[in-house]
Write a protein that binds this ligand. Structure first.
Ligand SMILES: *Cc1c(COP(=O)(O)O)cnc(C)c1O
Length: 427
């Protein structure tokens, strides 16, 4: 059976396939750049594992209090090295990115403190944590206040406004690397470094926390290398490579990591406690594969950008722009197109491919949301997935792809669904 025939057998027409192959050809040089970034990151992770003498015994876990757990401690040392930090917490007891960010916020902030969001309102789930959206147990209940500095019209950080908003109360400046669910530019690590340098010049003591979700291994440096005090992310995204079934990480200054551990576990127990159970092997293996998985996801995002841009849709990042995270925003402009796109992605999944995603009322959203994902790990958006709030301009946020072959097939299936319903015409 030929290459095209196997795609046809899986519901992609010859015309759709060749349209996507043409787009892929135009990306050849850019894919080579992604390969080079993958190589550098792979070697960085490998050398950290070698330097910390990771050995077979580290792959086993502990139970109960987990007071003696060399595997966990060594993994944390490896993470610290990779993320340019003094120390790290890498735990299954932190559910995901939201929980890791919550741990960092509650670990470091005290009543009367203010947290300044330097890149617009934080990611949706964090709005409840901070109390921007009222929730039981939020930081607001503890007398911690917040301030938000919006991005400029052009999507870049408003560094002057950030500096002008720093007061004596400002204990933390929070920076979000990825666009999350906003049609905006995702920050490069260099841009994050510029914000940090400017903030430090005004208030050297302030804690800078970077929400690194979706950004890991997309560039060859991480926020710790440009001065972030805390770098925080999710193990069900890039650094878990689709293998980690749960987890979050915080990498940063030793004294702050200790505070985060005291909040996560108990004061006095801190980082010494916390059993790794049977998860160490998976976390090591996930980190080892993460540079390749992140690169596959970036290539998938680039292909989607090229394909949908050449059909006339606005995409962010633009097809010829550098990608600073794994998310591609595609402004489809109509609800039927969003439905078709998401259903195409679902139909391309290894799990639940027969399901039909429908828009639903999700807690914390003021509109209906549709989510397509057929993932091995529930909610793991490093796996091929698409989400969209069902409001104008009907933008779908598309990300992940553990393998590029799967990502490519997903893009083709999404396009095919649009073509089949006459919502898009191929030239
Ligand atoms: C996904 C995401 C989070 C939350 O991470 P979860 O693992 O889904 O809890 C926070 N911030 C950003 C920018 C994200 O993309």
């Amino acid at each position: 059976m030929s290459y095209i025939e196997s795609l046809q057998r899986m519901g992609v027409s010859e015309q759709t396939a060749s349209f996507c192959f043409d787009a892929e050809e135009r990306l050849a040089e850019r894919f080579r750049e992604v390969d080079r970034i993958q190589d550098e990151n792979q070697w960085k992770v490998l050398s950290a594992m070698q330097e910390h003498m990771v050995s077979e015994r580290h792959l086993e876990g502990s139970t109960g209090y987990g007071i003696v757990d060399d595997g966990r401690d060594t993994l944390e040392a490896v993470y610290a090295e990779v993320f340019g930090a003094e120390d790290a917490l890498v735990r299954a007891q932190m559910i995901s990115g939201t929980h890791a960010l919550t741990t960092a916020l509650f670990g470091c902030l005290r009543p009367g403190d203010e947290v300044l969001f330097a890149t617009g309102a934080p990611y949706d789930t964090l709005q409840g944590v901070v109390g921007i959206r009222p929730e039981v147990g939020s930081l607001a209940e503890f007398g911690v206040t917040y301030r938000i500095v919006e991005l400029k019209q052009n999507g870049l950080p408003d560094i002057d406004a950030v500096c002008a908003s720093i007061s004596k109360k400002t204990r933390m400046v929070a920076i979000q690397r990825s666009k999350g669910y906003a049609f905006r530019h995702s920050l490069s690590v260099e841009e994050i470094g510029q914000i940090i340098a400017a903030v430090r010049a005004v208030q050297p003591e302030v804690i800078v926390m970077v929400d690194n979700c979706y950004g890991e291994f997309v560039q060859t440096i991480e926020p710790g290398q440009v001065g972030a005090d805390l770098t925080v992310g999710s193990l069900i995204k890039n650094p878990g490579a689709g293998l980690a079934p749960v987890g979050g990480y915080i990498a940063g200054r030793k004294d702050l990591i200790e505070r985060c551990a005291a909040w996560l576990n108990a004061p006095g127990i801190g980082k010494e406690g916390g059993p790794s159970l049977n998860i160490n092997r998976t976390f090591y293996q996930g980190l080892f594969l993460a540079p390749q998985v992140a690169a596959n996801a970036v290539k998938t995002a680039m292909l989607a950008a090229e394909v949908f841009h050449s059909l006339g849709f606005a995409v962010s990042p633009a097809a010829d722009e550098t990608h600073y995270d794994i998310v591609e925003a595609i402004a489809l402009g109509a609800p039927e197109r969003v439905l078709a796109f998401c259903r195409g992605i679902q139909a391309a999944a290894p799990v639940d491919s027969y399901a039909t995603p429908e828009p639903f009322d999700m807690p914390g959203y003021d509109c209906q949301v549709i989510m397509a994902a057929g993932a091995f790990i529930s909610g793991a958006s490093i796996e091929l997935s698409a989400d969209a709030p069902m409001v104008p301009p009907y933008t779908v946020y598309f990300q992940g792809g553990l393998t590029y072959s799967h990502g490519k097939y997903g893009v083709m299936k999404a396009l095919q669904a649009l073509v089949d319903q006459h919502l898009v015409t191929l030239p």
